[in-house]
Design a protein around this ligand. Structure first.
Ligand code: SAM
Length: 313
């Protein structure tokens, strides 16, 4: 067995911390109008989508990311009909959403048509044809611009975008102003859910700022850590609502909802895991309660790489 790969993808988490992935082959490596996109075959994790140098999802464990992002929120809403995904490139979020039989329309609004086309071509294991599902409305524009002009009200809004990299396309979708626009487009029982970045002990500033910013708009906000091995660092998700408290759902109720909706193929999420969302480590709870930064359009949270967050004045 070859121990040393001749080609590596190196992702820096801090100036002195990095993860190296041995590359078996490269499917795509391009610069789009919005970001650098790479789709590689890594020896350990299978196919990987990498944007601006950061891992987005890997074949081996994308189910952990996408099941956390989608099912806790959709299960918490009775009969969700209209779901909006902002971002979502790979199509796996869309695929998970469409498992809920009550969903009549699923909008996916991604800013980068080129990335979605590459994902459709090279990552069929992620989207499994969901871009072509008759319930899908796939549009290519900035997610915030779409929300600002649409008159639709959604049962669930899923914000599946990359971290707020300073030069990237996503940093204005983490602000209090954006979350107010989201709230204005949610039904009374509606829930917004997002990936909220790293939850490692030294790197909680971003998660805490997102959590606290959401609390300016929504009375109910829950953040929970998740281990996604291909990310190499602990990750997090956050959901928020005006009045729908996901914590009310007991283990047996979640399992019954999944059964009634005919969803039997999940590998991570079930009633037991749903309970875990509300029991998070003390150091994270403390960070969420003490870091009271609010992200604003004129004071966005941006960073070059993890460990280098900074506020641009
Ligand atoms: N799984 C990912 C992660 O770990 O962060 C995020 C999923 S996905 C690949 C991110 C998608 O968000 C990309 O396809 C990108 O084009 C899209 N995106 C970035 N900024 C956006 C914006 N302002 N509006 C809509 N889509 C956006």
């Amino acid at each position: 067995m070859e121990l040393i790969s001749p080609h590596w993808h190196i992702e820096f988490y801090a100036p002195d911390e990095a993860h190296m992935r041995g590359i078996v082959s490269i499917y795509a490596s391009e610069k789009t109008a919005f970001q650098k996109v790479e789709i590689i075959q890594s020896s350990h994790y299978g196919k990987c989508l990498i944007l601006d140098g950061h891992m987005q999802s890997a074949q081996l464990d994308e189910f952990i990311y996408h099941e956390n992002l989608v099912h806790p929120a959709l299960v918490s809403v009775d009969s969700p009909k209209k779901v909006l995904i902002i971002g979502g490139g790979e199509g796996a979020t869309l695929f998970e959403v469409l498992k809920h039989p009550s969903v009549e329309k699923a909008w996916m609004i991604d800013i980068d048509e080129h990335v979605v086309n590459l994902c459709e071509k090279y990552l069929p294991e992620w989207h499994r044809g969901s871009f072509r599902d008759p319930r899908t409305i796939l549009l290519f524009e900035d997610g915030r611009a779409f929300l600002e002009k649409t008159k639709e009200i959604f049962d669930v809004i899923i914000v599946d975008i990359p971290e707020p990299i300073e030069s990237g396309p996503a940093y204005l979708l983490y602000t209090a102003e954006f979350y107010q626009i989201v709230a204005d487009h949610l039904s009374k029982e509606g829930i917004v859910v997002l990936q909220s970045g790293c939850s490692a002990e030294k790197e909680l500033k971003c998660l805490a700022a997102i959590h606290h910013t959401l609390r300016q708009v929504f009375p109910l906000v829950y953040s929970w850590p998740v281990n996604i091995p291909s990310f190499d660092i602990p990750w997090s998700f956050t959901m928020a609502s005006k009045s729908n408290d996901s914590k009310r759902l007991k283990q047996s109720q979640v399992d019954e909802i999944l059964r009634n909706r005919g969803i039997r193929d999940l590998r991570y999420y079930d009633g037991e895991i749903h309970q875990g969302i509300f029991f998070i480590p003390k150091y994270i709870r403390m960070a969420l309660n003490t870091n009271l930064e609010i992200i604003m359009d004129n004071k966005p949270l941006t960073y070059h790489m993890i460990g280098e967050e900074k506020n641009s004045e």
